[in-house]
Design a protein around this ligand. Structure first.
Ligand code: RTP
Ligand code: MG
Length: 183
C-alpha cells in the first residue's frame, strides 16, 4: 500500500500562524457600527417561480443575519398601508393587485448598514435597467414584477417591520462563527 507523503500528526504546525490569526481578528475595531434591520419581501413572482431558496441564500451567503421569516398572503389593507406613499401614482392599483395576487415570503435581515446593502443587492426598481449580479438584473424584466422588495431607509424599515411582524415573531440569536463575517 502506498504510504502518504506525510501524516498530519507528523506535521509541525506553526503556532505563530494561529497566534497571528487570532491577533489579527481581535485587533479589528467595529466601534461605531450600527446594526440595522430591514424588511425584505420575496414578491409573488419570486415565490411562484421557485426563487425563494436562491434569494434567501444570497442574503445568507453575504453574511446577513436572519431574524424573521414567514410565508403570508398579504391582506389588501396591509398592502395599501405598505405602499401608501404611492397612493396617488398611476401604478398604485396595479402594485396592490400584484402584491396581493399570491403569497409572499416576508423576512427581516439584520446587519451593519443592511438597509442600503439589501437595496444594492436588489438593483434598481426597473429590472430592465438593473445590472447583472443584482437580484432584479438576474431575475426580472418588467417593472411591475420585480421579484423583491426591500425597505428604502432605516426609518421606513422600522415602520415596515412593525407592519409585517409582531414582536414575538422576531428572534434575536447568535450565529456560531459570525466573527468571521463581522467580528
Ligand atoms: P419596492 O417598494 O417594491 O421595493 O420597489 P422600489 O422601492 O424599488 O420602488 P417604488 O418606487 O417604491 O415602487 C413600488 C413598486 O411600484 C412599481 N412601480 N411601477 N410603472 C411604474 O412607473 C412603476 N414605478 C414603480 C414597482 O413594481 C415598484 O416595485
Ligand atoms: Mg419602495
Amino acid at each position: 500500500m502506498r504510504q502518504p507523503l506525510c501524516q498530519l500528526s507528523q506535521l509541525e504546525l506553526p503556532d505563530d500562524v494561529h497566534f497571528k490569526t487570532k491577533q489579527y481578528r481581535s485587533d479589528r475595531h467595529w466601534e461605531g457600527v450600527i446594526l440595522e434591520r430591514t424588511l425584505v419581501l420575496i414578491k409573488p413572482d419570486g415565490v411562484q417561480r421557485g426563487l425563494v431558496g436562491e434569494l434567501l441564500g444570497r442574503f445568507e451567503r453575504r453574511g446577513l443575519h436572519l431574524v424573521g421569516l414567514k410565508l403570508i398572503a398579504i391582506p389588501r389593507e396591509l398592502a395599501e398601508t405598505h405602499y401608501g406613499e404611492h397612493r396617488d401614482r398611476p401604478f398604485f392599483d396595479a402594485v396592490i393587485e400584484f402584491i396581493t395576487s399570491s403569497p409572499v415570503v416576508a423576512m427581516v435581515w439584520e446587519g451593519p448598514n443592511v438597509v442600503s446593502m439589501v437595496r444594492s443587492m436588489m438593483g434598481p426598481t426597473n429590472p430592465a435597467a438593473a445590472d447583472s449580479g443584482t437580484i432584479r438584473g438576474d431575475f426580472g424584466i418588467d417593472i411591475g414584477q420585480n421579484v423583491i422588495h426591500g425597505s428604502d431607509s432605516p426609518s421606513r424599515a422600522e415602520q415596515e417591520i412593525a407592519l409585517f411582524f409582531q414582536d414575538g415573531e422576531l428572534v434575536s440569536w447568535e450565529r456560531d462563527g459570525s466573527g468571521w463575517i463581522y467580528p
